[in-house]
Design a protein around this ligand. Structure first.
Ligand SMILES: [Zn+2]
Length: 161
């Protein structure tokens, strides 16, 4: 390595150290389940609301080794989000489409996150309950959202999945 390459390596290592230190802070503050937790702040409130809803209703969430909820700008506009961790019970991995998310109403955002997390955590298939409907309804009223959430809890408690 010449001097420039050595300097570049040193700079990259410094950057990496700062970057991982930042992630570690995130992990310490956001972690409520043992393991590694990285949640984009844009959707973290919806994530924790969902977890609280599930836990408050005494539904067991499998132990997670990795929780990764990120915003992606590379998903096609036709895909609002992807639950990569579906059928992998020790991993929650959801990518939310950054390009389309801001155009959704608050209730649609909640619908989307609860839908994806239900795919991911409980392996729920489409049409297994109201919130697993696809595509997402164009209008999600407060009443409809509450109905779908109650239906989800009922199905999880009754059938466990
Ligand atoms: Zn889906």
């Amino acid at each position: 390595m010449n001097t420039i390459e050595k300097n570049m390596t040193a700079i990259l290592i410094t950057f990496f150290a700062f970057f991982t230190a930042g992630l570690y802070e995130e992990q310490k503050t956001n972690n409520n389940i043992e393991g590694n937790t990285f949640i984009n702040p844009y959707v973290s409130e919806l994530y924790y609301d969902y977890i609280k809803l599930i836990e408050d209703n005494n539904i067991l969430i499998p132990q997670q080794d990795l929780i990764l909820i990120d915003m992606s700008c590379t998903l096609p506009n036709s895909i609002l989000a992807v639950a990569w961790g579906m059928y992998t019970d020790n991993t929650i991995s959801v990518s939310v489409n950054l390009n389309t998310f801001s155009y959704l109403s608050d209730n649609q955002k909640r619908f989307l996150m609860y839908h994806e997390l239900s795919h991911d955590i409980f392996n729920l298939e489409h049409y297994s309950c109201m919130i697993m409907t696809t595509p997402m309804p164009e209008i999600v009223s407060d009443e409809y959202l509450n109905l779908m959430i109650n239906d989800l809890i009922y199905k999880l408690q009754r059938y466990g999945y």
